[in-house]
Design a protein around this ligand. Sequence first.
Ligand code: ADP
Length: 400
Amino acid sequence: MKVLILNSGSSSIKYQFIETETRRVLAKGSVERIGMKGAILNHQRHDGDKVKITGEIVDHQAGVEYILAILLSHNHGVIKDRAEIEAVGHRVVHGGEKFTGSVLITDEVMDKVQECIELAPLHNPPNIKGIRACQRLLPGLPMVGVFDTAFHHAMPDYAYMYGLPHVLYKRHAIRRYGFHGTSHFYVSRRAAEVLGRPIEQVNMVTCHLGNGCSMAAVKGGVSVDTTMGFTPVEGLLMGTRCGDLDPAAVLYIMGQEELSLNEANAMLNKHSGLAGISGVSSDMREIEQAMQEGHTGAKLAFDIFCYRVKKYLGAYAVAMGGLDAIVFTGGIGENSDLVRASVTSGLEFLGVKLDPDLNAHRNSVERAIQAADSRVAVLVIPTNEELVIALDTARIAGER
Ligand code: ADP
């Protein structure tokens, strides 16, 4: 089945057009700066043909129109008729407790996704805009929603509940949800394939380290704990997000600095993390560069980043009662040999030992990087969220 996969953000739409039987990406690209001056579409066809188109892309519907037009274009397209698009898969960030897997989008589903807006006020509204645009432009086509939170739905209550008054869970659904679920799902399945072991028998920790970072304890294929929480701010240090923090510190800072709710939110989400600590950049490549040039702030940011990953590795190994594999993915996890080496250093007591040569290559190629005498497998697995969305979309659209 040929499916269009859309990842709609507040000012961008990333897309891939995938033939699911062959898993081939026929075309991919992004629309950026929606609603701003200098809006742009970047499109790449499977044969390497690339094109950039600037235009007035006032809203998400205009963005999807551009995507459809380029897929159909004589010079750069891959289809001759809209009917060749057989289904559309949408990434939806927050499914709350309402969605435990991917679903066919119906009016009832849209009502529930709307209800999840209060849990993800920044993410779900653009996801909804992308879905609505497709409903108008491709009427009658089956569409499937794939949720970032769904893979974590089976966490036990003692892992997802916070130590807050229980009434807050009942009234406002305050709990850990976790994110990056599609990525943790993909790399855990792929890791089991690479290991040649049934996933039901493997205890693994998957580390998705990109601009946003999270880890999951995947026991027998099920996510039993994850570092992101009610929002994607909790857990690891990230590009611009602070990760774990004493919540009372936020209240104290708000008082001392006279911050509004919005300002405090911006501090936690946009001005913290690698960028906030180093004062250099939110980008790990620039942090590593500055660190190697002797910048102490960059070194501290790097050290905090790696220490947190290491700390959660230990926590999850204990939570699962054992550790068979560690998986690195995301821009940092796939590429940074320095991060992987730092995170796993000194873990021989846990049975973790890297092979420095296998680790050394700074390219995101799927491979094992543990030493021959390491009891725990350490894998680099480039993530592929779009493939998961495409396969779920084809399966669910095909079942109608
Ligand atoms: P997103 O979470 O937005 O999808 P990515 O998964 O692409 O982002 O990850 C972006 C991060 O990956 C940035 O911090 C970037 O510096 C880092 N990164 C990419 N390539 C490398 C590399 N070769 N070495 C170190 N970090 C890298």
